[in-house]
Design a protein around this ligand. Structure first.
Ligand code: AHG
Ligand code: MN
Ligand code: MN
Length: 283
C-alpha cells in the first residue's frame, strides 16, 4: 500500500484501530466518565475506550518508541529502541457523539524527536456512515472500508488553488476585527459555511470538496486557540500541504514551522487552499 515495512505495520495497526473504534461508536455507552484530561475537557467513556484501543494496538509495534495522546497527561514509553513517536487524538469531535455526527481519530507519526520537521506520515480516520482512512506520506490517499472488512483505495486527494467552503471555529464574539473582516470577505465572495465542530470531519469535507478555508483563531477565551499542535494541528498541516494546500497560524508561512514545546500546546490555525491562506496572511 505505501512504502517502508515499519510504516506498513503502523498503517495496518491504524486500520485495525479504526475498525474497533467504529464498532464501539456504534454500540458503546455514550455517557461521561468521571475524569477530565490534560486540557481540562470532561472525558467521555468513548474517549477513554478509544485511547485504550489505540494504546493496546500500538504497544504491539516494536518500531514505536513512545505514544502521546490527548487523553494522557504525559508521553508513554513503548520501546526505547523504537524509532517513531506516534501522537494521536483518539476521538476528535467526541462532543458530537450524542448528536450522531461524524467523528474521527488523528495520528501524527514522527521519526526521532517530537518536531514538526520529523513528521514522516499523518493518518486520520472518519467514522461517519462509512469508515474512511486518509493516509499521507508523499501524497494523500483516501481508503474506504468495504463489507469484507478491507480498506480499499479510492483516490488520491488534491486541493485546488481556490475553494468554495468556509469552516470557521472559535467563539465569534471574541474574534479580532481582522479575523472577522477576513471571514466576512470570503462570505461576500460567495463562500458557503460548513462547520460541524469536529475538525476531522470539517477538514475532510474541505479536502474532498477541493478546497476552501478551515480556521480556529485565537480569542480572549482561548488566547492560543483551542486545537492542539502535536496530535491535531501538525498532522493536518502535513496532509494539507502535501495535498497542495497551505497553512498558517495567521502570520507565519506554515504551521509546520511551529516548535512543539509542550505535549498539549495549542495554536491558532488556518488550513486551506493556497488562495484562501494567502488572504489570511495578507489580512
Ligand atoms: P476533541 O473532541 O478531540 O476535544 O476536539 C474538538 C475540537 C475540534 O475537533 C473542533 O474543531 C473544535 O474542538 C470545536 O470547537 P468549538 O466547539 O469551539 O467550535
Ligand atoms: Mn480533537
Ligand atoms: Mn479527542
Amino acid at each position: 500500500m505505501q512504502k517502508g515495512y515499519k510504516m506498513q505495520e503502523i498503517i495496518k495497526a491504524v486500520q485495525d484501530i479504526a475498525i474497533k473504534i467504529s464498532e464501539v461508536l456504534k454500540y458503546g455507552d455514550l455517557g461521561y466518565a468521571t475524569s477530565s484530561n490534560a486540557t481540562g475537557d470532561t472525558q467521555l467513556k468513548l474517549d477513554i475506550l478509544s485511547d485504550e484501543i489505540i494504546e493496546n494496538r500500538l504497544k504491539e509495534l516494536k518500531c514505536v518508541s513512545s505514544i502521546i495522546s490527548e487523553e494522557k497527561e504525559s508521553p508513554l514509553l513503548i520501546d526505547k529502541d523504537g524509532e517513531y513517536i506516534i501522537a494521536y487524538d483518539p476521538l476528535d469531535g467526541s462532543s458530537l457523539v450524542d448528536v450522531n455526527f461524524a467523528v474521527g481519530s488523528i495520528f501524527g507519526i514522527y521519526k526521532g524527536a517530537l518536531d514538526a520537521k520529523n513528521l514522516v506520515a499523518a493518518i486520520y480516520t472518519v467514522y461517519g456512515p462509512r469508515v474512511e482512512l486518509v493516509v499521507c506520506q508523499d501524497d494523500v490517499r483516501l481508503f474506504r472500508l468495504d463489507r469484507a472488512g478491507e480498506f480499499k483505495f479510492i483516490k488520491t486527494l488534491e486541493l485546488k488553488e481556490k475553494g468554495k467552503l468556509n469552516a470557521t471555529g472559535g467563539t465569534q464574539k471574541g474574534w479580532s476585527d481582522s479575523h472577522r473582516s477576513m471571514i466576512k470577505s470570503l462570505f461576500d465572495d460567495g463562500y458557503r459555511l460548513r462547520y460541524s465542530g469536529a475538525m476531522v470531519s470539517d477538514l475532510h469535507q474541505v479536502l474532498l470538496k477541493g478546497g476552501g478555508l478551515f480556521s480556529y483563531p485565537a480569542t480572549p477565551d482561548a488566547p492560543n486557540g483551542k486545537l492542539r499542535l502535536a496530535f491535531e494541528v501538525l498532522p493536518f498541516a502535513y496532509i494539507y500541504e502535501k495535498a497542495g494546500g497551505a497553512t498558517t497560524n495567521g502570520v507565519n508561512s506554515s504551521l509546520l514551522d511551529i516548535k512543539i514545546e509542550q505535549t498539549h500546546q495549542t495554536t491558532p490555525c488556518y488550513f486551506g487552499s493556497k488562495f484562501e491562506i494567502d488572504r489570511v496572511r495578507n489580512g
